[in-house]
Design a protein around this ligand. Structure first.
Ligand SMILES: [Zn+2]
Ligand SMILES: [Zn+2]
Length: 77
């Protein structure tokens, strides 16, 4: 049981370091969204309000805009 938890933790750390390394190597800001990660179109699900009733819009994550198609919402490419 303890061993399983440890190995899972190790995997997460390894995955995170890979993501971090990749981000440092290719740390170029997306030209399409200037690094904001949001596209130029309003979210059609919440109509640009960023919320759906009293809940945050899950489609755009409360931003009100769809994520940038060039960088897939990361703001980098
Ligand atoms: Zn939305
Ligand atoms: Zn972008």
């Amino acid at each position: 049981m303890k061993r399983r938890v440890m190995s899972r933790r190790k995997l997460v750390v390894a995955a995170l370091s890979i993501v971090f390394a990749a981000g440092v190597v290719s740390a170029a800001v997306c030209a399409a969204c200037q690094g904001s990660g949001t596209g130029s179109f309003k979210c059609s699900f919440c109509n640009g309000t960023g919320s759906k009733g009293q809940f945050k819009c899950s489609f755009c994550n409360g931003k009100g805009f769809v994520k940038c198609g060039s960088c897939n919402g990361t703001g980098q490419r």
